[in-house]
Design a protein around this ligand. Structure first.
Ligand code: PEP
Length: 253
């Protein structure tokens, strides 16, 4: 059985004081959690201070992005090594805001995925279609391309270090959630792609998160679906009470 995984993406939100307060509340609220992984991804400047708080707790630390080169003249970028040195275990790659606001393409995202793995960071590879792609019946085509290109030249063994997050772009920050049935069927489609690319074991073992307006009110119905292994949460991860409710979702065994 796949271990549940709940991740919070703070995006470009929270200043130092509220980040410290939230991180402390999450460490306290997850003290007794043993059956699922919990991750928070603060903005770059907050990583060291949040690391001091979550270190040794049940909360993992991750970053929201990285560059694939190891070092050099890449103004404004950060490397996997830098992120590891401030306690990151995970990194979100290919988030829809990186794809659509910052024009990152599949080839760049694939370089980042491979570089993260080589340097010991675990990627959360985000995929998902735009509203116009969904409306024109292209959801599967887009998701397939993003999964296949994102995982290009990644070995079957290394897939154990990767999580996929299906995040339909029209559901991110909009209050619109894919129905649990819709999300489950795309997750199942992603498992088919993984079976074709690799084998049944990879397809069955890889964790696939849903993201897009996940809230305390909808987390249980999403987690009830066979192919949904957790959530990548934006807005509702910025408040301790809502994120802790999501973290404590009912998990079907
Ligand atoms: C996200 O940032 O990945 C996300 C899913 O945001 P929200 O939960 O706010 O829709």
């Amino acid at each position: 059985m796949r271990r549940a995984f709940i991740a919070g993406n703070w995006k470009m939100n929270l200043e130092k004081g509220s980040a410290v307060e939230l991180a402390k509340a999450l460490v306290d609220g997850t003290r007794n959690i043993t059956d699922r992984d919990v991750l928070i991804c603060p903005s770059f400047p907050l990583l060291p201070i949040v690391n001091d708080i979550v270190s040794g707790s049940n909360v993992w630390l991750g970053a929201q992005n990285m560059y694939y080169e190891k070092k050099g003249a890449f103004t404004g970028e950060v490397s996997a090594d830098m992120l590891k040195s401030v306690g990151c275990e995970w990194v979100i790659l290919g988030h829809s805001e990186r794809r659509h606001v910052f024009h990152e393409d599949d080839s760049l995202i694939n370089k980042k995925v491979k570089s993260a793995i080589e340097q010991g960071l675990k990627p959360i590879l985000c995929v998902g279609e735009l509203l116009e792609e969904r409306e024109s019946g292209k959801t599967e085509e887009v998701v397939k391309r993003q999964v296949v290109e994102g995982l290009k030249e990644v070995s079957p063994e290394d897939t154990a270090k990767i999580i996929i997050a299906y995040e339909p772009v029209w559901a991110i920050g909009t209050g619109k959630t894919a129905t649990p049935e819709d999300a489950d069927s795309i997750h199942s489609f992603i498992r088919d792609i993984l079976r074709d690319l690799y084998n049944s074991k990879v397809s069955e073992n890889m964790r696939i998160l849903y993201g897009g307006s996940v809230k305390p009110e909808n987390i249980d119905s999403l987690m009830a679906k066979d192919n949904i292994d957790g959530a990548l949460v934006g807005g509702a991860s910025l408040k301790a009470d809502s994120f802790l409710r999501i973290i404590n979702a009912n998990i079907q065994s």
